[in-house]
Design a protein around this ligand. Structure first.
Ligand SMILES: [Zn+2]
Length: 279
């Protein structure tokens, strides 16, 4: 029987129903009140937290028994043509990892790159080289934070399921951030129990069982077209078969964190958690 505690549920950023204007600590308190288990700290517009606050945030999360992760800034492209932009992209990932380590976060996620008309194989090699450099720098500082490039929702974005799993296989310290909504939007398929299970089996055969015990998952409703993702939606407004996903995660005893990225954040995070618990 699957253990109920293996997978924890939470929100991408501070819950909407937190005290206004909220601090990260208010968000953590709200996650705790709601009975959720984790929160992703959003640095999507910049890493704007001091080391001191990060330590405070970490102490509170530990007291409340919650798991934290971090989302790096959107302004990252590890396939940038200009050296400056490349250096800045590396730096944003490293800054995110440093702050996350201070608040006890064990994973950071980010959008790795754009293809910019380059051959996917060439982009893969460039991203891989950059990730090796990033991990080497962080390891030299003693950091053990998992570096997780995301499976992305648009054709223009680096990050197919295959690319992300291959990077995770080839670069020590890299693991997948599996956004099932993005993958559904990008493929126009991948939206049934069998296809979700096929993804999990692929992860297991490529990366081993340990990867499934320590997964980082994003879920939301999603609107999409021929080129993939248009925008995130609440689950009730979308065609995403979340119950079938949850069933696959439970049957396969997947562990780790599931972050809800629907606009209504905690409403769908709770829907996901409650649905999962009842399975
Ligand atoms: Zn993201």
């Amino acid at each position: 029987m699957a253990s109920k505690d293996k997978l924890v549920f939470g929100t991408a950023g501070i819950p909407n129903s937190s005290k206004r204007p909220p601090t990260t600590q208010d968000g953590i308190e709200r996650i705790y009140e709601l009975g959720l288990g984790c929160m992703e700290v959003e640095f999507v517009r910049g890493v704007n937290m001091s080391p001191e606050s990060a330590r405070d945030v970490g102490r509170l999360a530990a007291k409340r028994g919650l798991k934290l992760s971090a989302h790096a800034p959107y302004f990252i492209n590890l396939n940038a043509k200009e050296l400056e932009k490349m250096a800045a992209s590396q730096d944003r990932i490293i800054q995110t990892a440093r702050i996350a380590a201070l608040f006890g976060g064990n994973s950071i996620v980010f959008h790795a790159a754009f293809y910019l008309k380059d051959e996917p194989a060439k982009v893969y090699a460039t991203v891989k080289k950059n990730l090796e450099q990033i991990v080497a720098k962080l390891r030299a500082e003693g950091s053990r934070v998992w570096i997780r490039p995301e499976v992305m929702g648009r054709d223009s974005q680096f990050g197919t399921l295959e690319e992300i799993l291959q990077l995770s296989l080839e670069v020590d310290g890299v693991a997948p951030a599996l956004d099932f909504a993005h993958w559904h939007a990008r493929t126009g398929k991948a939206n049934s129990y069998d296809s979700f299970l096929a993804v999990l089996k692929k992860i297991e055969s490529k990366l081993g069982r340990a990867a499934l015990d320590n997964m980082h998952i994003h879920v939301s409703g999603i609107d999409y077209g021929p080129k993939g993702e248009n925008k995130h939606l609440d689950l009730a407004e979308s065609d995403f078969k979340y119950e079938e996903l949850l069933r696959a995660l439970k049957d396969y005893e997947v562990g780790g964190a599931l972050i809800c990225e629907s606009p209504n954040l905690e409403k769908d995070a709770l829907l996901l958690q409650h649905t999962y618990e009842k399975l």
